[in-house]
Design a protein around this ligand. Structure first.
Ligand code: GRF
Length: 195
């Protein structure tokens, strides 16, 4: 954290997760105050990270909604509202949400994606970059909208693809960059929108 950023007034922040939660950890380690961690599945390591940091952790189990995206999204929005959340940070959240959340939290949902958007949208961005034979990929922080991996770009950083890279090695290097880019971009965004 920069010394000059200590007095930043943060909005009430929720982080949405589905997996290991390394990006969540980078946000916690950067001392960005997170009020709520919401997972779409049980038994993911991100929930342990939240509990270890003393953050309220909630599961809205997508398997209980049997593909009913609207109902699932409404339940997520209810939990966010109950917790007075102002800003929603998606950090490896793997369920596509219906438009409701992007209306209720217009311009207040942020996402990180492991490519230089608009290139390589979708759940297999790292694999797609390798398959395309490009020499540079990276990661993008953007405002999320109802269109997946779309919306105004807030920050990007490139990562070189090296000879012999596979999905694991490349994704690891991208994630390393994500872990410094995401907290930085969130802080800048909070300065813009305030509490
Ligand atoms: C990150 O690479 C992010 O870009 C993508 O999903 C991954 C999440 O990793 N959307 P983690 O759960 O934060 O470790």
């Amino acid at each position: 954290m920069d010394a000059g950023q200590k007095d930043l007034d943060f909005p009430n922040i929720a982080v949405l997760v589905s997996g290991s939660g390394t990006n969540l950890q980078s946000i916690i380690d950067d001392e960005i105050p997170v009020s709520l961690v919401l997972s779409d599945r049980t038994e993911v390591f991100a929930l342990d990270r939240a509990r270890d940091a003393g953050i309220t952790a909630v599961v809205v189990d997508k398997t209980q909604f049997k593909g009913e995206r609207e109902k699932f999204t409404s339940q997520v929005v209810s939990v966010l509202k109950e917790n007075n959340i102002d800003l929603v940070i998606m950090a490896g959240f793997m369920t596509i949400l219906s438009p409701e959340i992007f209306e209720v939290y217009e311009n207040r949902v942020i996402n990180i994606h492991p490519s230089l958007l608009p290139a390589f949208k979708g759940a297999h961005a790292v694999e797609s970059a390798l398959e395309a034979g490009v020499q540079v990929t990276g990661c993008t922080v953007h405002i999320a909208t109802a269109n997946v991996d779309d919306g105004p770009i807030l920050a990007q950083e490139s990562v070189d693809i090296l000879p012999g890279d596979d999905i694991t090695s490349l994704h690891e290097r991208i994630q390393k960059v994500e872990h410094s880019l995401y907290p930085r971009a969130i802080r800048q965004f909070c300065l813009r929108v305030g509490p």
